[in-house]
Write a protein that binds this ligand. Structure first.
Ligand code: GAF
Length: 400
């Protein structure tokens, strides 16, 4: 069974919980064309939703408990009070074994939504999750899980104000808040925005300061191009601290430069001169140039020059590798080998330290490019990478 089959998921829900689901909702993962580690610097990003995602079958309950089960996680699932101050919720958050920790994403989402439902209380829910998005692959499975849960709970509990176009922007902020305050991951706003706001055939140009976004057509197939996702099978765990450290370095640099955020650095050479710490200089160099690359990429797409994006992708990768220092060997090798085999460029995506890379290649070279990457992995005795073709898909929605 795949997540694209809502009736099968509803049937599995009825079997698991002994009562019918009230609906099935789905939220996608994302690929970011360009604009990495710019979102929490108030900058620009250009993600699109992928067809792979997370589906949630759900039904309300009235005992204040959120019970989550997953077709991908064996065992009986996790039941935790929606109110995190309840002793059982506290105990669970302090002692949950690693295999149950994924449940913090839906639990945190239920908690942040309480202020937005008519009587100020989410009475509980049973959820059955089905994901065809690999976890830890840098494709934003966590945000997809939050957003699918959020849509389900908003509809079930009548948080109608969060369901329209403007409401979805707020919903993205709430899901981000769940991740900050409940999960402990200080993420930016890109992943939740992509999951909730993207439309098929387009990338989303998002100004992470104003929250304003525009849909930018991404006609890859018409331009004879493929964007290949290379899941390097090297896994990351962003809650672990490297991501938070990068974010803190950016905030320190902004403070030292006397600007609200690194987005406000207008004169890069003077900013670099003003910083003594070489690490902070590298971080600033990345963020400032990456914002320029997002704007350049949007310019190319609007001019019908998608094939020219390759050089920008590779420049982004080199900057993430050398200045921001978040790349990993599997991504570096994939980008280098892809180019040698005729791809136009590529880069790591997501927070880094593992996960996926993307490669922009003429559609007729997909086989050569993927074989070159596979062979390079074999030579190093690394686990075989997995390939997906990235197709810009619709954002989160109700399926049933
Ligand atoms: C992760 C975060 F969740 C995003 O907010 C973003 O910062 C990204 O890393 C890096 O661009 O996916």
């Amino acid at each position: 069974m795949t997540s694209a089959d809502p009736r099968a998921l509803a049937a599995a829900f009825a079997e698991a919980y002994g009562r019918p689901a009230e609906g099935v909702w789905r939220a996608p993962g994302r690929i970011n064309v360009i604009g990495e580690h710019t979102d929490y610097n108030d900058g620009f990003v250009l993600p699109f939703a992928v067809p792979q995602g997370v589906s949630v079958a759900a039904a309300r309950r009235d005992d204040g408990v959120l019970e989550v089960r997953s077709l991908q996680a064996a065992g009986a699932g996790v039941a935790v009070p929606v109110d995190p101050r309840a002793p059982e919720a506290r105990r669970w958050r302090e002692t949950a074994p690693q295999r149950e920790r994924w449940a913090a994403y839906p639990a945190g989402t239920a908690w942040v939504l309480r202020e937005h439902v008519p009587d100020g209380r989410i009475g509980g829910a049973s959820l059955l999750i089905d994901a065809d998005l690999p976890q830890g692959a840098g494709l934003s499975s966590s945000a997809a899980l939050e957003c699918a849960t959020a849509l389900a709970l908003c509809e079930l509990y009548g948080a109608d104000g969060l369901l329209g176009a403007a409401g979805r922007r707020e919903l993205a902020r709430l899901a981000q808040r769940a991740e900050h305050e409940y999960v402990g991951m200080p993420c930016g706003i890109m992943d939740q925005s992509a999951s909730l706001l993207c439309t098929a055939g387009h990338a989303l140009m998002l100004d992470c300061r104003s929250g304003l976004s525009t849909q930018v057509p991404l006609p890859l197939a018409d331009a004879g191009l493929s964007l290949l996702i290379v899941d390097t099978r090297m896994r990351h765990e962003l809650v672990d601290g490297d991501y938070g450290r990068r974010r803190a370095e950016c905030e320190r640099a902004a403070e030292a430069l006397g600007v609200p955020a690194l987005r406000d650095v207008k004169d890069l050479p003077s900013a670099l001169d003003a910083l003594d710490d070489p690490v902070l200089r590298r971080r600033v160099q990345h963020v400032v140039t990456e914002n320029h690359r997002v704007e350049a990429a949007v310019g190319l797409l609007r001019a019908g020059a998608a094939a020219e994006l390759g050089a920008l992708l590779t420049a982004s990768h080199i900057s993430l590798r050398d200045q921001f220092e978040v790349s990993w060997p599997g991504a570096d090798v994939a980008v280098e080998e892809a180019q040698r085999a005729g791809a136009r460029g590529g880069r790591m995506v997501g927070g880094g330290f593992g996960g996926s890379a993307i490669v922009l290649t003429p559609a007729d070279r997909v086989d050569q490019v993927s074989e070159a990457i596979r062979a390079a992995y074999r030579r190093r005795e690394w686990e075989e990478p997995r390939f997906l073709t990235a197709v810009p898909a619709d954002g989160a929605r109700r399926l049933l």
